[in-house]
Write a protein that binds this ligand. Structure first.
Ligand code: NAD
Length: 289
């Protein structure tokens, strides 16, 4: 029997509605709207797309959105000064630095300048560190989306076998920590697992499979365990069409649940950004709540 499609749209609508209600409450109680400020250094077509998407999302959610643009040759000091100014402003609740930065700037050093309380992408070391301590507050949006989709299946996660393919700081590593925090037995695979020819063996054991690689069909459909939950984070453009990392049709025949690409993790990631803006704003306005 073909797997149930785990579409992101329905949970994304629910989360967006929950955020709208929380934002209305903030406005009523404090007379302010949450405010998100994005920083863009130089011009890149994909950054322009993200900025347009963020602006639209914020408008719909009644979040104030501002874009601060710096020239492509800006120094780290200039960026640090701008982030410092935004950190100090009580009327800015969230800060996003559009990545990747121009090659002369170090993404990780720049991220470290953001006040962790305003780090709505959950990428500051303090927020990532909280995942290790199981004290999650602001966490990477895509990883949160993966967990939300997994939870939406109603599966009891306790003691399940999970395999996460990909160990990036924004997806693979935080997802693995979030699974561990839920007592899931978690293996993390990456390029070296593949090069040793061990990827298929790991995946055949997975009751939960999360793939965040960025290579089409890196996961063969017949590797999928019968009845598995498959969350495909990958986004690849093949012959003008968006596809994930998993060979979809045969995987769908074996899995119990599978995310489509597009339409799975993507729409929910965006909703998680809204949720993080709300969490950050509430924590700043009500530090003892
Ligand atoms: P990354 O490029 O930072 O990391 C890729 C990971 O894949 C690494 O751990 C690498 O070791 C591993 N890898 C590479 N080749 C492999 C192979 N042959 N076998 C096994 N592992 C291999 O990736 P990222 O930033 O986490 O993004 C991964 C994918 O997820 C990309 O397609 C990206 O576009 C997508 N993505 C989607 C969303 C969303 O909202 N849907 C958000 C973030 C990233």
């Amino acid at each position: 029997m073909a797997a149930v499609l785990l579409e992101g749209k329905t949970p994304a609508q629910r989360i967006t509605a929950e955020c709208a209600a929380a934002i209305a409450q903030v406005q009523q109680r404090y007379g302010v709207r949450p405010a998100l400020c994005a920083i863009q250094v130089g011009e890149r077509p994909e950054s322009e797309r993200y900025v347009a998407q963020q602006r639209k999302l914020c408008q719909a959610a009644t979040i104030d959105y501002t874009l601060r643009q710096l020239p492509a040759d800006s120094s780290e000091k200039m960026l640090q000064a701008l982030i410092g100014e935004l950190n100090a402003r009580p009327d800015v609740n969230g800060i996003i630095v559009q990545m990747p930065l121009p090659a002369h700037l170090d993404n990780k050093r720049v991220t470290a300048f953001i006040d962790p309380a305003k780090d709505v992408e959950g990428v500051h070391s303090e927020n990532l560190g909280k995942l290790i301590l199981n004290r999650q507050s602001l966490a990477p949006c895509t990883a949160c989306a993966v967990i939300e989709l997994l939870t939406s299946t109603g599966m009891d996660l306790y003691g399940k076998e999970a395999v996460v393919v990909g160990h990036s700081e924004i997806v693979g590593k935080p997802v693995s920590l979030m699974l561990l925090n839920r007592y899931v037995t978690t293996s993390v695979c990456h390029i070296a697992t593949s090069r040793r020819g061990l990827l298929a063996d790991h995946i055949r054991r997975a009751e939960i499979l999360v793939v965040a690689v960025g290579k089409p069909q890196v996961i063969a459909g017949d590797w999928i365990r019968e009845g598995a939950v498959v969350i495909d984070v990958g986004i690849n453009c093949v012959a003008g069409k968006l596809v994930g990392d998993v060979e979809f049709i045969p995987a769908q025949e074996r899995a119990a649940f599978i995310t489509p690409v597009p339409g799975g993790v993507g729409p929910l990631t965006v909703a998680m950004l809204l949720r993080n803006v709300v969490i950050a704003t509430q924590a700043q306005l009500e530090p003892n709540a």
